[in-house]
Design a protein around this ligand. Structure first.
Ligand code: OAD
Length: 243
């Protein structure tokens, strides 16, 4: 299967890549689903919806500060770096990530679109200003983060029930329609609209490679499905492409 993935990537000039929480798992950041997934122990309805934030902004911020703390201590892993190398090899490359952890950027990837926002940015509910938020997590009893205009700040991430940024989605589809290959890595393929990417790629005859620890709902339609750790497989693929 790795050989087949290498063949596809060798002849590709334009590569679309979609990543999910699994690519950061080897950096020590918990995924959402699976045995130790965040949604096993925490309720998405209570923590990742606009209604939850309206009802209890303090609890939602505490959860985001806790996650910011974990992510701040994490480093990009070999899978992130392999994607940086792949970007350099391709004539055209786009990385669409569902991750909010900033690790692709920290690794050095350049052409990144963040579908679900970024946990280190805030958005003001009053004036709409988006700002970086790199302060260390605050103690649980601190006051809520406020904008200079006085409005309440929220994490600049997409919550369940919210629309994803249309320009990001449209740019992704435009790129995908011209891509020779699509690499789908570390995502359960269960959250829309990202879950539609493999099927969209299939309709435009784009070769699809999936890397995931386990089979997903799209494994049956991809050209190559590799069931292993992204941090082990991606560097092997990059090394073979460099020979
Ligand atoms: P999930 O937690 O749903 O899925 C992570 C996937 O990564 C699973 O299919 C795992 O099998 C796989 N995986 C775990 N470790 C891996 C490794 N080392 N190498 C390769 N694969 C590995 O995460 P996402 O698909 O990203 O949205 O979830 C999508 C969205 O659902 C998230 O962006 C988030 C979540 O709720 C919002 O919060 C809006």
């Amino acid at each position: 299967m790795i050989e087949k993935a290498i063949e596809i990537l060798k002849s590709a000039k334009s590569l679309f890549t979609l990543t999910g929480a699994g690519i950061s798992a080897e950096s020590g950041i918990p995924t959402f689903r699976g045995a130790d997934g965040l949604w096993k122990n925490y309720s998405a309805t209570d923590l990742a919806t606009p209604q939850a934030f309206r009802k209890n902004p303090k609890m939602v911020w505490e959860w985001y500060h806790w996650r910011q703390g974990i992510i701040s201590k994490a480093e990009p892993n070999p899978a992130h770096y392999a994607l940086v190398a792949l970007e350099k090899k391709m004539e055209r490359f786009l990385l669409l990530t569902q991750n909010v952890d900033n690790l692709h950027r920290r690794a050095g990837s350049k052409n990144i679109l963040e579908l679900h926002g970024n946990i280190f940015r805030t958005r003001c509910l009053a004036c709409g200003e988006i700002a970086d938020y790199e302060k260390p997590p605050k103690p649980a009893n601190s006051t809520l983060p406020k904008c200079t205009c006085g409005g309440l700040l929220r994490p600049d991430v997409i919550w369940f029930g919210e629309a994803i940024p249309q320009n990001i989605w449209q740019n992704s589809l435009d790129f995908l329609s011209q891509a020779d290959a699509a690499l789908i890595c570390g995502t359960s393929g269960t959250v829309w609209p990202a879950a539609a990417i493999p099927e969209i790629a299939q309709h435009s005859d784009t070769k699809i490679i999936e890397i995931n620890l386990e089979p997903t709902p799209v494994s049956s339609i991809v050209d190559v499905s590799i069931q292993d750790k992204a941090g082990e497989i991606l560097p092997k693929i990059v090394a073979a492409l460099s020979q």
